[in-house]
Design a protein around this ligand. Structure first.
Ligand code: PSU
Ligand code: MN
Length: 300
């Protein structure tokens, strides 16, 4: 049912490092044509660090792990690509259509293909002032084993509430060279992580222990956004307040909320939040690859 590309299948078979990448960030989280550059750029960062990238999505009704360049382009540039959380996966499969996978759906498919490490930007979580809008990413993180490399949760969310929800779901927050949960566009949130690691080998050791214990669910490796493009917390706060007000006024609901907010914050910051988002996505891909390489080396 899930089709793994030849390159990814060979790498997994040989015990080499593989990093899963999601496609919703491309189809719905970034503007064209920048999204395509970022998708290909993340794949390149993974390769540069010695691992094989596996971008995940649904094409023509087939769940895919590992896409060609043209297929990444189709995800990024085609109109009407569905946004798929795990529960949505049957829809494009039944209809034979295309869909981009969120963190949740990417984890579901990548795990079943045998991938253990996944790089994204920011996970979904609890929306501000809408504490019944909780991303299904949290549910999936609680039940599917995956080392998820991210810059924390997107700061358009309620970060303290998201942290609590992750704790309830049984997800360990690991800071990569930091004691704090990053705030996506900026490095600090004031919210502590559960444990800190300072290099890829330490991260790999934690993940190996998690698997050896047979624990369900994911571990979040939280990487601060690179300094060069990070924004100051007060600048982001104003932009987010404006974006939330815009979403309320426009009556945005459900799966449209996150893409709307990301776009509105980018507008309110004159595109600077977009640069921060791109910078952290590329950086997370490189960190994930280094951890995947450390894991593969440890298994030999
Ligand atoms: N990180 C980004 N940009 C994004 C997303 C994450 O930098 O667009 C996407 C991910 O696919 C994540 C989704 O799973 O947003 C969460 O959407 P929701 O809040 O509707 O569950
Ligand atoms: Mn939601």
């Amino acid at each position: 049912m899930i089709r793994t590309s030849d390159e990814v299948a060979e790498a997994l078979g040989a015990g080499r490092a593989v990093v899963a990448l999601e496609s919703t960030v491309l189809a719905h989280g970034l503007p064209r044509p920048r999204n395509l550059q970022v998708g290909l750029g993340m794949e390149q960062r993974v390769r540069d660090a010695g691992a094989v990238p596996a971008t995940v999505g649904v094409l023509g009704g087939v769940p895919r792990v590992g896409l060609s360049r043209d297929e990444v382009e189709r995800m990024a540039m085609a109109d009407g690509v569905l946004k798929l959380s795990t529960r949505d996966l049957p829809v494009p499969v039944a209809r034979g259509s295309d869909g981009a996978t969120t963190v949740a759906a990417t984890m579901w498919l990548a795990h079943r293909a045998g991938v253990q490490v996944f790089a994204t930007g920011g996970i979904g979580g609890v929306h501000r002032g809408e504490d019944r809008d909780v991303s299904a990413d949290i549910t999936e993180l609680g039940r599917t084993p995956m080392l998820v490399v991210c810059a924390g949760a997107k700061s358009v969310l309620d970060l303290p509430a998201t942290r609590e929800a992750l704790e309830t779901a049984g997800v360990l927050l690991v800071g990569y060279g930091t004691n704090e949960l990053p705030a996506f566009y900026s490095p600090r949130s004031g919210i502590p992580v559960d444990v800190r690691v300072d290099d890829a080998a330490q991260a790999a050791a934690l993940w190996r222990a998690h698997r050896d214990l047979g624990l369900p669910g994911a571990m979040l490796l939280c990487v601060p956004p690179p300094e060069a493009h990070a924004l100051a917390a007060d600048e982001v706060d104003g932009a987010i307040a404006q974006a939330l007000e815009g979403a309320r006024a426009a009556g945005i609901r459900g799966k449209e909320v996150t893409p709307f907010l990301l776009r509105a914050v980018a507008e309110a910051t004159g595109g600077r939040s977009l640069e921060a988002n791109v910078g952290l996505l590329l950086n997370n891909a490189a960190v994930a690859a280094s951890v995947a390489v450390a894991l593969a080396e440890g298994a030999r």
